[in-house]
Design a protein around this ligand. Structure first.
Ligand SMILES: Nc1ncnc2c1ncn2[C@@H]1O[C@H](COP(=O)(O)OP(=O)(O)OP(=O)(O)O)[C@@H](O)[C@H]1O
Length: 578
């Protein structure tokens, strides 16, 4: 029995001593006579880190009719992460040194008891807390504003107590605070004019918001109202603009190949021929090596599925990590494969995902990229419910936007060639280990070389037509991405014409709906004016008239000026777990 587990045993002994268990729901199972390895792991309500060691992970003594005070001996359960004493008849105060008692606590549930007194502000030092439930007790006084420092908090409730004053500055719904007569502040009624609201900082905060709301409304009025009709206009404009070029690409293939099988073989031939020009930049890799690096394309190594194929994580024998996109064996995607090779294969920039190699063997077509350990931006902005959500704070969002804009400026304005991506979205922005954004998915891209005819998919065309038809399409898509970063809304909500209309109408109808426009996690963190400035840029980018959209150079200049205010960002320093 290690020193650590002796502490844990002492912890459980003292809990047993300090609680009254009138219905014998747990006490009879907690016998300390034989102190063998893991003997406490069979106790009712106790979960261990490992079944053969006496180290307590979780304690859940809920709905047992327990009486007594908060069991202070819990302090000796040194690695306890989850404490649930809900639905009992426990009373007395929540200990003020709660952060010493539960230093690694991820969840504390004391709901439905009779705890009284104030909520200790030291709870804010329990920095791992993601769940804090103190609802349905007899707690009184102010909610300590320091609770807003709990930056991993995901579930929070103090409902049905006797609390008053401003609620902490974090985003939970009204139900978290319901049943307390005197609480105020977003999302409840504003605190202005309430006797308990004496904090002048908070007054300033509210006034600042009022100012921001007015500004947001004027910006939406002046920049975004035409955006409501944008999609209808885009539908009319886009075929006219894109078709001549796209049809040229398609017709060229159609006329030269009679059957689809021939098309397939020809494209692969073409790829083989033309990619031989790329071998200096992009290595041709052997199928056997890639198969080995992915453990025979094992399901365990799948990173995700796209429309074109499945992407695998691969580890080379030297430890180097790769992402391998294995395209579905369909002719439809051959063109995507070749375009990706021709564009991304020739391009090297800090904000583009490096395409390291490719493989064409028999019917297998594989594209090999450097592995981006933080996945795609979309998944960070819209985490799945089950997964652990993390918020990207505003300064990091600006840095990401700035990096993408920088990459697009380079693509649009490079002197040797001009590239348009045509498919910019948060899903194609990959994030490396330092959250540096890398543009990926060049399968729709077009490359124009002004005086070069070597490339069958590069074009020479009137530069104004190129600019208005294609470059400004990238600017539009970047604008949607900026709106996604600001609002946290899914791009489908931003580009669907009916929803877009709804969004703008809601924003203009009542000022309090300001909070629905800006991503909740960004509100009240001191960046309101910067958010407004970037919002203005976003609205310019999605202007229905392509002429009125700015060039990416201008967009990048504004965003980088905002980004400079935040200085250098260290890895992960601007992430908040929730
Ligand atoms: N280099 C990479 N490093 C890490 N993850 C990657 C890399 N390339 C792609 N991924 C991830 O693999 C998954 C599949 O990517 P893929 O590009 O095939 O699909 P997608 O981004 O959903 O686009 P589409 O459906 O338009 O093909 C995505 O989650 C993507 O973020």
């Amino acid at each position: 029995v290690s020193i650590c587990s002796e502490d844990d045993i002492r912890c459980l002994e003292s809990i047993k001593d300090s609680l009254d268990d009138p219905h014998d729901r747990f006490k009879s199972s907690w016998t300390f006579t034989s102190k063998t390895a893991g003997f406490i792991c069979g106790f009712v309500g106790v979960e261990c880190w490992h079944l053969d060691s006496n180290e307590v992970l979780n304690i859940s003594l809920t709905n047992m009719g327990l009486k007594g005070q908060f069991p202070l001996g819990i302090e000796n359960c040194l690695r306890l992460t989850w404490l649930n004493l809900s639905n009992n008849e426990l009373s007395g105060p929540i200990p003020s040194n709660i952060s010493q008692i539960l230093p690694f606590g991820a969840a504390l549930d004391l709901s439905f008891n009779r705890f009284s007194g104030n909520i200790p502000k030291q709870i804010s030092n329990c920095s791992f807390l993601s769940t804090l439930r103190l609802d349905n007790n007899q707690l009184t006084g102010l909610i300590p504003p320091e609770l807003a420092l709990l930056n991993r908090i995901k579930k929070f409730s103090v409902a049905n107590n006797q609390l008053y004053g401003p609620v902490p500055n974090f985003s939970f719904s009204v139900s978290s605070y319901a049943g307390n007569q005197g609480l105020c502040g977003f999302p409840l009624e504003p605190c202005i004019n309430r006797p308990n609201f004496r904090d002048s900082f908070k007054k300033g905060f509210v006034i600042g918001y009022a100012f921001s709301i007015v500004s947001v409304i004027s910006i939406f009025m002046s920049y975004c109202v035409p955006w409501v009709h944008r999609n209808e206009r885009k539908k009319q404009l886009r075929p006219f603009m894109l078709n001549p070029i796209l049809n040229r690409r398609r017709n060229k293939r159609k006329h030269s190949h009679q059957t689809s099988q021939m098309l397939h073989l020809d494209l692969l031939d073409e790829a083989s021929r033309e990619t031989s020009m790329l071998v200096k930049l992009v290595s041709r890799m052997s199928y056997t090596d890639l198969k080995e690096a992915t453990n025979d394309f094992s399901a365990d190594n799948i990173i995700g599925f796209g429309q074109m194929g499945t992407t695998y994580k691969a580890t080379l024998s030297n430890g180097c990590l790769l992402a391998i996109k294995r395209l579905f064996d369909t002719q439809k995607f051959d063109e995507h494969f070749i375009t990706e090779l021709k564009t991304l294969g020739t391009l090297r920039h800090d904000n583009l995902v490096p395409l390291l190699g490719f493989c064409i063997e028999s019917r297998e077509k594989l594209l090999v990229y450097r592995y981006m350990s933080n996945g795609n931006l979309y998944n960070w902005l819209h985490p799945s419910e089950e997964g652990e959500a993390k918020i990207i704070e505003w300064p990091l969002r600006v840095k990401i936007a700035c990096g993408i804009a920088r990459g697009l400026v380079w693509l649009h304005q490079n002197c040797n060639f001009r590239v348009i991506h045509l498919d910019i979205s948060s899903k194609c922005i990959l994030l490396d280990q330092n959250f540096k954004p890398k543009i990926s998915n060049f399968g729709e891209a077009m490359l124009m070389k002004s005086n070069n005819t070597d490339w069958s998919s590069s074009f020479y065309m009137d530069s104004e037509f190129w600019e208005m038809s294609f470059v400004k399409e990238d600017v539009y898509r970047f604008g949607i991405l900026l709106l996604e970063l600001i609002t946290g809304k899914d791009p489908s909500q931003l580009t669907n014409s009916s929803n877009t209309g709804k969004l703008v109408k809601i924003d203009l109808s009542t000022s309090s709906n300001f909070y629905h426009v800006i991503d909740k996690s960004l509100i009240g963190r001191g960046f309101d004016l910067d958010i407004l400035q970037i919002l203005k840029v976003a609205c310019n980018c999605v202007h229905p008239n392509p002429d009125r959209r700015p060039a990416m150079l201008e967009v990048h200049k504004t965003i980088s000026a905002v980004g400079k205010r935040y200085g250098g960002l260290k890895t992960g320093s601007k992430l908040t777990k929730v």
